[in-house]
Design a protein. Sequence first.
Length: 202
Amino acid sequence: MLFQEILCETQYSQSDVKKVRLVGALAVFIMWTKIFYWMRLFRIFAHFISLLSQTARDISTFTVMLFLILCAFANFFYIINNNTPEGNADYSVEEGEASYHYVDQYVHQPVIDSFIAVYLMCLGEFDSDGYSQGPNQYAAWVAFVLATFIVLVVFMNIIIAIMTESFNKVEQTKEQLQLVEQLQLVKDYIWLLDLKETFKSK
C-alpha cells in the first residue's frame, strides 16, 4: 500500500508507473523464490530442495525436445491460421461466411499466440470451434489429434517417468543429501567468518 501511495504522489507518467509496477512484481517474485534457498537450513526441507535440483537437471535435455515439438505444432497452426478471416487481415470473407479461426488471440502477436494455443492445447485447454470450418479443417483436426496424443500422452508420461526416477535416486541418499544442502549453505557464507581468528587458539 505504501508503495502504491508513493507512486501516486510522485510525478510519474502512466507508462512509467506501469514499468515500476512490473519491476516491483518481478522483485517480489524473486524474494518469494529466495525462501527455497533458506529452507535448506532445515533438514525436513533440505531433502526436497535436493529433489527439485535433481529433477531440473534430469529433465533439462528432455525439455529441449518438448520445446521443439511444441514449436513444430505452433508453426503449423500459425501458417494455416492465415487462411482464416480472423488470422489474416487480407482475407476476403465471402457473403454469409462465418468468422472463424484456428488460433485464439491471447497477446495479439500471431507467433506467440500460436505457441500459447498449442501449449494450452497440450494441457487440455483448447478452442476447437473453428476446426470444423475453412479450407484446412481436416488438417487442423489431424494436427489437433497428433498434438494432444504426442505431447499430452507420450511426452508428459515420459516426464513423469523421469521425475519418478529422480525421486528414487534422491530417496536412496536422503540423509546424505540433507547434510550436503546444509553444508552448501555454510560454504556460501563461510567468507563471513575469520577462520584464522576462530581457530587461533586451537
